[in-house]
Design a protein around this ligand. Sequence first.
Ligand SMILES: O=C(O)CCC(=O)C(=O)O
Ligand SMILES: [Fe+2]
Length: 365
Amino acid sequence: MPSTTDFSSVPVLDYSLVCSPETRQRFIDQLRHALINVGFLYLSNHSVPNHLVDSLIDYIPGLFALPQEEKDKIKMANSEHFLGYSKLGAELTKGAVDYREQFDFATKHECRWKVGDPDYYRIWGPCQWPEESLIPGFRATYEEYLEKVQNLSYDFSSLISEALGLGPGGLAKFYDEDRLMQHRSKIVKYPIPPPGANDQGVGPHYDAGFSTFLLQASDHRGLQVQNLSGEWIDAPPISGTFVINFGKALEFVTNGLARATSHRVLSPKGDTPRYSVPFFQNISLTTRLTEEVLEFPPEVLKLRDARGTVGSTDSVNFSEFNKEPSGKVNLIGRIKSHPDVGEIHYPELFKSIFPNGFSGKGNAY
Ligand SMILES: O=C(O)CCC(=O)C(=O)O
Ligand SMILES: [Fe+2]
């Protein structure tokens, strides 16, 4: 049954409340509500400088306007780390084609894999960048942006932990030292679909990790999130904010206290494309979530019970968290989203996921 705490809009939280001892608790209370009952929030007055966000946004149309052969030089199929360019229609959600074009990037990282290590150690590694002379300054701007969002994501993780009654360091054990961590981000273009085509920008899905920091980089509606009764609620762009949502890993380790909320993007209407830049905060590759039990105060658990059960959604999920290390779960997710890349770089795992080869339809994410 849907509960009375069901939401009809996504709450906006003002990060500046955290800075003052008089208002900090108000922020924590709002965050607790968003974590348990919504799974999504907007964050205003955040710590990533506006000028950096604006510079990144300014680069985006030019990035997609690079000559097709330059984009193809850095195609994702080159990369065992699933980093690089995916042309329109190359990605699947639940077996259906997403109508978007994108570049997957990530924070700086040296791949840790060596012979004998598990295959999922190879999922993180260096990015493929477009030729500097064709888009001067883009790489440095985006790298600086990623570093700033990464810092915000760690600060925010402490706030999540506090909001759930674990104290500020309660989630620290899920991250390795910086050298061993990588967080992913991508720059996405949702073009206007041809007349008569369906409007799946990206189909309903959950994110995998702890939290996602989404920059809506153009003034288009399209992002929608599913509430407890299954209705799709709009999350339109609000200038100066990030949309933050929580992923399956956080839901899993908090025993359902934090919600991973299903979301989707409808293709834009009008005559200009929609752009967005999600940042996915990862957790340690080697963590096995079933081995990490967290203890929550009873008053926090009561709030989860008051929420009631979450109705079924038509989202895909990351059900393997109950048996595999986090890196392996992510690798399986990447292969399902990008089967062509998976088949090249992880042929054995690809075969176990798609025993009859990939038909273009079926059980993909
Ligand atoms: O483009 C957006 O607004 C959201 C994208 C998204 O949910 C994702 O890539 O996981
Ligand atoms: Fe998402």
